[in-house]
Design a protein around this ligand. Structure first.
Ligand code: FES
Ligand code: FES
Length: 172
């Protein structure tokens, strides 16, 4: 007899997606294989590397350690959902590009999700808080220096973006 399937609805990057999955289907596999969102990368598959990090109700989680069924009814943001509605890069994405914070890019989706959540929680982190905040994500290429720079740059870009409507308002 085949494994029982569970029907779940996930809101992924703002869109409700319905899938039928076995109880042991990992969220990473569900995103990549059932929903075709291959931007979420899978490295170690046991919670160590952070490549598979996505946001679950805004909080970073390792999708390789999360069963898809437990994400039913929740909001998921993957790397595909970080850009704006017109495809404009988010401050974190722009900063990673500007600061050359990636080489092969395999770890990048996980870093982008982690840093997005980090800066929402703490918009102006200290150097130590940045290092602590990204300590669960491994990168084999960059040596981390440019990633750390990118997090600080992303904080600046996000602060500028927040300040812009206020300035526009002053002159209205
Ligand atoms: S693939 Fe999930 S932590 Fe490495
Ligand atoms: S850029 Fe290659 S693993 Fe990070």
């Amino acid at each position: 007899m085949g494994e029982a399937l569970h029907e779940i609805a996930l809101t992924v990057n703002g869109v409700v997606r319905e899938v039928r999955v076995p109880g042991r289907r990992l969220l990473s596999d569900c995103l990549r294989h059932d929903l075709g969102l291959t931007g979420t990368h899978v490295g170690c598959e046991h919670g160590v590397c952070g490549c598979c990090t996505v946001l679950l109700d805004g909080e970073p989680v390792r999708s390789c350690l999360t069963f898809a069924v437990t994400a039913g009814g929740h909001e998921i943001t993957t790397v595909e959902g970080l850009a704006g509605p017109e495809g404009e890069l988010s401050p974190v994405q722009r900063a990673f590009s500007e600061c050359h914070a990636l080489q092969c890019g395999f770890c990048t989706p996980g870093f982008l999700c982690t840093v997005t959540a980090l800066l929402r929680e703490n918009p102006a982190p200290t150097g130590e808080q940045v290092v602590e905040g990204i300590s669960g994500n491994l990168c084999r290429c960059t040596g981390y220096q440019n990633i750390v720079k990118a997090v600080h740059r992303a904080a600046e870009l996000a602060a500028e973006a927040d300040a812009t409507p206020a300035r526009t308002g002053e002159h209205a």
